[in-house]
Each structure stands twice: as C-alpha cells, then as structure tokens.
Design a protein around this ligand. Structure first.
Ligand SMILES: [Zn+2]
Length: 267
C-alpha cells in the first residue's frame, strides 16, 4: 500500500491552532505520505511556506482565494511573488503551485469584478514562475473558463479542486489538459452525480484531496476534517473507478507526482 496523498488541506486554518504540529506529525505516522497546503491570502501564504519548511513530504501553494480578494492589497501579490522567488533561489522547491484561487459566485464574499482581477493576477503569477494553478470554481463555471482561456492559463497546468461541475464541462476542460481533485463529497448520500463525472474523466487526470478542515466525509461528516479521513475517500473513489484500493493508491501517487513535478517517496 502506497499511502494516502492529500493535494488540498488547509492546516494553516485556525481550526488547527490548538494541535497543528502534533496532528501533522501523527498524520505522517498513520499512513499519509504527502500533503499540499494551499494558502488563501498573504498571511496564510507565509504560514503554509513555514509549515512546508518544517515538515518533509509537506508542500504548499501560495496565492489569494476569491473570498479574500477584496482584502488583498497590490503589494500582497509582490510579496507572494517574492516568496516564490525565495523558494526557487534557495532550491527548497516547497512551493508546488499557485492557489488556491478562482471564482466563487455562491458566497460572493468579494465583488465579482474584484474576484476576476484577483484570479487574473494569480494566473499570471503561475505562468510567470511555471507553477501549476489550483482553481476554486463554485457556481462560476462560465467566467472561470473564460478567464483561464483569456489569460492563456492552459499553457500551464490547471487543477480544478473539489470538482463540482458536470460531465460535459469536465469533457471540455479535459481538452485543455486540466486535472480534477475530489474529496469528501464523493462519500455523501447525494454523491450520485459523481458517477457520470468519474466515468468521463480518465483516471490519469484525477487527484485526491480532503479540503481540511472542511468537507469531512461520511461517516464523520460535520467534524473537523484532516488528511487521515482519506481512508473514507479513497475507497469511495476507487469503487467508482472500478479499481482495487491498492491500484487506486498507486495511481494517485503517479498522478500527483506527474502533475506537480514532485517525486513522492513512500515513508
Ligand atoms: Zn480549499
């Protein structure tokens, strides 16, 4: 068994203030082999970079989430770019992507035009530094796709995190080489919509995630999520793809390694 991979967990979140480092240590002792922690703003970009520097097999993404777009100052983007340049110059390569970023028209916490400007700035950073882009798209499929296309984002690597679109939209995105990550929602009682989506996406374009501390899977739905809950998500995904759990785990390791360009060592 290869071990669990979490391509999307927010351990910089305040939900982990009480036990962050102990918890991260215990995850790696209990079957998790690789984590990517995406930032949501400048402050968390510093935090995830620090967490990645403290833990091996722990990587991060830096960027600004659509919810936080209206609070971001122009200088925040320069400071995030400086973090990426520092990481590259030191050769630590712990920054694996730009994100999470994108558009959220469900909550609309930031005005839509501000979200779009923020999304564009994040995409430009990803392209400038040759990093993959982690995209959050909630009820904003049309604009998300148009901005990605307009900015030439598909020249680089694009990951749709917590994919919630249709099979048809996935087909379109596949033409542009997008990857898709799935988490706790595939275990929910109303998860039937994933049947057709997961039949459409070739297994080589699928990545696993938790979105911790949010989106805890069944049977622990509603609790603080962490990467060990992949033990519920992996079987749900493997079953839908018609794979054994071991086959699925190996596939996820290969896909993650290829997408982020990082070698994954089992512990
Ligand atoms: Zn997230």
């Amino acid at each position: 068994m290869t071990g669990y991979i979490d391509t999307h967990a927010h351990y910089s979140d305040e939900a982990f203030d009480g036990d962050r480092q102990t918890l991260i240590g215990s995850l790696f002792e209990s079957g998790v082999i690789f984590i990517i922690d995406p930032a949501i703003d400048l402050k968390s970009s510093y935090r995830v970079t620090e967490l990645a520097s403290l833990n091996s097999n722990y990587y991060c993404a830096v960027g600004i989430h659509p919810h936080n777009a209206s609070e971001a100052h122009d200088s925040d983007y320069d400071d995030i770019a400086a973090l990426i340049e520092k990481d590259a110059a030191e050769g630590s390569k712990k920054i694996a992507a730009v994100g999470e970023t994108g558009l959220d028209y469900h909550y609309d916490f930031s005005p839509r035009d501000v979200q779009i400007t923020n999304f564009r700035k994040n995409i430009r950073m990803a392209l400038k530094y040759g990093l993959p882009l982690i995209v959050h798209d909630r009820e904003a499929h049309q604009d998300t796709f148009e901005v990605l296309l307009d900015e030439g984002a598909f020249k680089g690597k694009v990951l749709y995190h917590c994919y919630s679109g249709s099979a048809e939209y996935a087909e379109l995105l596949l033409k542009y080489g997008c990857y898709f990550s799935f988490g706790g929602a595939v275990t929910f009682k109303n998860a039937k919509k994933f049947d057709s989506v997961l039949k459409t996406i070739p297994s080589g374009f699928i990545l696993p995630e938790t979105d911790s501390p949010y989106m805890a899977p069944e049977p622990v739905r509603g609790t603080r999520n962490d990467s060990l809950n992949l033990r519920y998500i992996y079987p749900a995904l493997a079953m839908r793809l018609g794979m054994s759990e071991e086959e699925f785990a190996n596939k996820m390791a290969d896909n993650t390694s290829r997408f982020f360009g990082i070698r994954i060592n089992s512990i």
